[in-house]
Write a protein that binds this ligand. Sequence first.
Ligand SMILES: Cc1ncc(COP(=O)(O)O)c(C=O)c1O
Length: 422
Amino acid sequence: MRIQRRRLLQGAGLLAGLLPLRATSALAKSGEEFQFEDWRQLRNEFEQDPAWSNFAGFLLASRPRMVEEDIERHRVALNRNAPEYLSEVYRLEREGRARAAEYLGVEPSQISMTGNTTMGLATLYNQIRIRPGQEVLSTEHEHYSCRMSLRYRSARERIRVYTIRLYDEPRQASTDEILGRIREHVTAKTRVLALSWVHSGSSLKLPAAEVGKLVAELNRERDADDRILYCLDGVHAFGVENTSFDELGCDFLVAGTHKWMFGPSGTGIMCSRDPGLKNVSPTIPPFNTGGEEGFGAAMTPGGFHTFEHRAAVRKAFEFHLRIGKQRVQDRIHALNDRLKNQLEALDGVELVTPLGSDFSAGFTFFRVPERSPEEVQKILRDHQILVSPADRDVGPVVRMAPGLLNSEEEIDATVEVLRKIV
Ligand SMILES: Cc1ncc(COP(=O)(O)O)c(C=O)c1O
């Protein structure tokens, strides 16, 4: 089907515009930092439909040409001779773990590859070591994937999961309040602290490193088996924030790589402070240990799967590293600042996300009091602008996520549409 379509397009002379023929060398030679002044040059590395202003890339991202080309290379090779090519995709999977480690400033033995955030959270929370009588502390801000993973574990082993709120209104949240609420609810029985770095139902970015410091302080007097294990769903900060794993001070970080990281769909990672298996055990048998015994290899689920995607994840990390983590963060924060400042100044719009970047990463959420988020979504969609409504946590809200593929002009044009309807 795909080949037929390609032949057809070739025949029509349309191929050049639709297929990734040009290499990423438009920005730099292989391996070098990307050189570009204008973010539109980076945007040109993506096939994302330019007719649309897509502010919902945080759901499932478009992929840069260098990732797409890599996927295609593996797809073709696997299709031609899978038995011969398997060792190559396994080698590239290990290389992908190494690139993720470089991105987070850790060792490859601390990184495992997963299929998405949900798989990472499920394998972590279903096997993290919790002794009878110990408890989990989590929050109402967590995504369904976290809440359900904890619920399954709790139902199976009668483990108590305490669920609290860390703040009431995102714009009133403070580090003192968040740390205070955690401190107030941690008990001697608390074994797991299950949090998210950026809350996709409220947009708030947690002061994750400050939480890490608090957990370290609380752990000081505890025995190894009673230590609080600080676990973070990092999916909406991963590919946005320029923070190393050690700075976070967490025990486990879980993230999909098919959102802000621009990786192939169905990919993600887990990172563990301990390169061994002291605090978690595997669920899905690994196929590609290469003699390794620790966390990274053992927690990378085996079985045959979408090898062409997993082998290409390394290119997504390379893409981000070649732009530069600080540059990525600055750009995403600047775009969100621009949107937030304009929405704040717009009568009839209620900005939900805190101004500035202390408590905000790549999300800008708002409400139009007289209209439902779905209605706002439809109006914007009629102008070829994509946003995502949500009704959980502090919802109902309209969710926008200005990212590297968006421009100042798109933000300004969106605000102009909103101006006309409020
Ligand atoms: C905070 C959070 N965690 C997890 C997920 C699920 O991500 P995935 O599709 O990678 O499993 C989402 C979905 O967007 C999310 O917002």
